[in-house]
Every structure is written in structure tokens, then in C-alpha cells.
Design a protein around this ligand. Structure first.
Ligand SMILES: Cc1ncc(COP(=O)(O)O)c(C=O)c1O
Length: 366
């Protein structure tokens, strides 16, 4: 039986070869495995344009975010988090839980972070040692202006932390132009691996000063990096099979033409989605100029017979898995256009949506 197609922001549909790569048992202290991990770290630095350290952190992406926030901010540091969705909010919550002095600067969930408002907060409430934003806010799929914010952060002398969980590898980002000091992403997003670890790209000038600051033992980013550097090993059990899948996924990223090639396919996927959903009378929630090709939020059709639980399960029965919404105020569902998917898969999904809406008795507007 073939798997359902995942129109989700990760875990996502992976290629047969990525799944196949996991059919091996490697010792975590064995030289073959250590060589593979070194290769992965080197490749991640290449994707960042060089000049960074790559640190792999076991667990979900949130573990890697928590590892950065808990490790790179000194005991007397102050953090400004710009929030325009659930993942910005999560960074603010992590900082609060860790007892880091922080301010959350709230923006409308439908709009990108306003650089001028952020500049105002930097002046008014500063100084801040660190500023954190989400690049692609997966809550809605909107893109935040990482370049202009990075310039402001750098001018204010703060370190810049970017959660690029759902965008790194699928949308070009110039980490140097954007003055990014720490970028966080994970295995099961645009690089199209399977879940099991996150990774951090850290600028050495900043990162080298952070020894001993971590508020956690297992999520100590500096200690994790030192372990990987010294003998190439993880401090604690690594997800060996996941790393094998990731190494294969990186080869596939190269074969597709790198980040630019992948971005082009995601854009085609997204364009097909918008065309077909518009034709069904379901417009996207976010204005096109702010929307990424990663994931798209759609408001529930304004019809008494629309029932999300039934809509979802009828699509799932057809082998098509979409994603619930995460907005604080609106009822939305989301459709991801990343992973091992093409426009053909997107068109198939949209045919499924049309069929299910018809069965539910939800008519599109005339
Ligand atoms: C932007 C962003 N940050 C953080 C996360 C959290 O990742 P995880 O669910 O792997 O912990 C996600 C997950 O989708 C995300 O999209």
C-alpha cells in the first residue's frame, strides 16, 4: 500500500531513496557514521554560504530553538522577540520559561514584522543583547523581512537569531547580508529528510564566547558543538537512521539544483495551489506579496455545511493529508507545498478538495 501524500510542513512526503537510506544499522561510534556526520555538517555550512559552525541537536525542531535561546544568551542578556504567529510566540515562551529577560513585540498575524516598529523597540526598550524572529512563520506561511531586520539588529550591536525551521533549504537566504548570527532549522522540512534532529548554523565570532552559558545539560549548544568537533561524536545517542536519510536528502537537494532549484519547484507547487483553490472560491488568507511558497493558510469556507473534521478525514481517506490551522483568531486550515511533491500532486489534492466539498454540500460562491 502506498503512503498518503503529506501536504504538511513536516514531517513531509520524502523520496523513496530517502526512506531507503534508513535501511542500515550503523554504530554511533563507528568511523563510517562519524564520516557521514562530518559530511552533513560540512554541507550545511556550504548551504549557509560558508563562515558558520553547524551544530546538530537531537529531537524536534523546538529542541534546537530551545538549545539556542538557552545557550547563547549570557546570564545578564536581554532578548527581544518579534511575534507574528505561533512560532514567534513559542520563542517568547521558551525565553520566559528559562528565566531569560525578554520582551515580546507583537504584530498582526497577517502582516510581516515592521522593521520601523522593531527599530523603535530597540531604541525605546534597549539595549538588547539578542533579537529573535521567525523567517517563514509557518502559522500562516508569511515571510518576514530577514534582511532589513538583520541590518537594524546589527546596527544596534545585538546578535540576530533566526528560526528558519520551515524555510532553510527551500528559500534562498543570504545569511551574511542579513547579519544572521544563529539560524535554526530541522531535518524534516525543506531539506526533505525525516524527523529526529534540528540543526543550528552559528557565527563563530559570537558562538565562541558562549561556553558555560547553557541553562540545560542536554541542550548545551556549545558542549554539543565541542563534542562534534573533538571526536566527531554526539554526546548522547544520535538518531543514526535519520542522519543517513538526511545525508541522502542533501544529495537530492544538490541534484535538484540546490536551494534555487528547490525554491523554483516549491513556487510552481504554490502557484498551482493558489490557482486551483481560487477556482474553488477559496482564497488564501495572507496577501500574495507576503506569502511564501512553503505553506498557505485558507479560511474555512463561509458555509454552514463546512465541517473541518469531516473535510480533513475525507481528504485523508483519499490519501491526501492536509494540516489544521494555528491562528489565534481565525478558523483556517493549511496546505503545505514542500516535500517530495510536484504540481501534479497539488492538482490531485485540489481535485480531492473539490470532490469533498461537493459531497459535503459546500458550494463555492457563484
Ligand atoms: C517556524 C517553526 N519553528 C519551530 C517549529 C517547531 O518545530 P518542531 O515541531 O519540529 O518542534 C516549526 C514547526 O513546524 C516551525 O515551522
Amino acid at each position: 500500500m502506498s503512503d498518503k501524500l503529506l501536504f504538511t510542513p513536516g514531517p513531509l512526503t520524502t523520496s523513496p531513496a530517502v526512506k531507503q537510506a534508513m535501511q542500515r544499522d550503523l554504530g554511533s561510534r563507528d568511523s563510517e557514521f562519524i564520516t557521514i556526520v562530518r559530511g552533513i555538517r560540512r554541507k550545511l555550512v556550504d548551504l549557509a554560504g560558508g563562515g558558520f559552525e553547524a551544530v546538530l541537536v537531537q529531537g524536534a525542531g523546538t529542541f534546537a530553538v530551545e538549545s539556542v535561546l538557552g545557550s547563547v544568551i549570557p546570564p545578564n542578556g536581554r532578548l527581544l522577540v518579534a511575534v507574528n504567529g505561533a512560532y514567534g510566540r513559542r520563542m517568547r515562551d521558551i525565553a520566559a520559561r528559562l528565566g531569560i529577560e525578554s520582551i515580546g513585540l507583537e504584530f498582526d498575524e497577517r502582516k510581516p514584522i515592521e522593521p520601523s516598529a522593531l527599530a523603535g523597540a530597540l531604541n525605546r526598550s534597549g539595549p538588547f543583547s539578542h533579537v529573535a524572529i521567525v523567517h517563514c512563520e509557518t502559522t500562516t506561511g508569511l515571510l518576514n523581512p530577514v534582511d532589513s531586520i538583520g541590518k537594524l539588529v546589527s546596527a544596534a550591536g545585538a546578535a540576530f537569531i533566526v528560526d528558519a525551521m520551515s524555510s532553510f533549504g527551500g528559500i534562498p537566504i543570504d545569511l551574511h547580508t542579513a547579519h544572521v548570527d544563529y539560524l535554526v532549522s530541522s531535518a524534516n522540512k525543506c531539506i526533505q529528510g525525516v524527523p529526529g534532529f534540528g540543526f543550528v548554523l552559528a557565527r563563530p565570532e559570537r558562538f565562541s564566547q558562549t561556553e558555560g552559558w547553557a541553562r540545560s545539560l542536554s541542550l548545551d549548544l556549545f558542549a554539543q558543538w565541542r563534542g562534534l568537533e573533538q571526536d566527531g561524536q554526539f554526546r548522547f545517542t544520535p538518531p543514526t537512521h535519520v542522519l543517513l536519510a538526511f545525508a541522502r536528502a542533501l544529495e537530492e537537494l544538490d541534484a535538484e539544483g540546490g536551494i534555487a532549484g528547490r525554491y523554483a519547484r516549491y513556487r510552481d507547487n504554490h502557484r498551482a495551489l493558489i490557482q486551483d483553490m481560487q477556482a474553488l472560491g477559496i482564497p488564501p488568507y495572507i496577501a500574495p506579496e507576503h506569502q511564501s511558497p512553503i505553506i498557505t493558510a485558507f479560511k474555512f469556507p463561509d458555509h454552514p455545511r463546512f465541517d473541518f473534521a469531516r473535510f480533513y478525514s475525507m481528504l485523508s481517506d483519499r490519501g491526501l493529508v492536509i494540516y489544521p490551522g494555528k491562528l489565534s483568531r481565525e478558523n483556517c486550515f493549511r496546505i503545505g507545498t514542500i516535500g517530495h511533491l510536484t504540481q501534479r500532486d497539488i492538482r490531485r489534492l485540489c481535485r480531492g478538495v473539490a470532490e469533498v466539498l461537493e459531497i459535503l454540500g459546500v458550494k463555492s460562491p457563484e
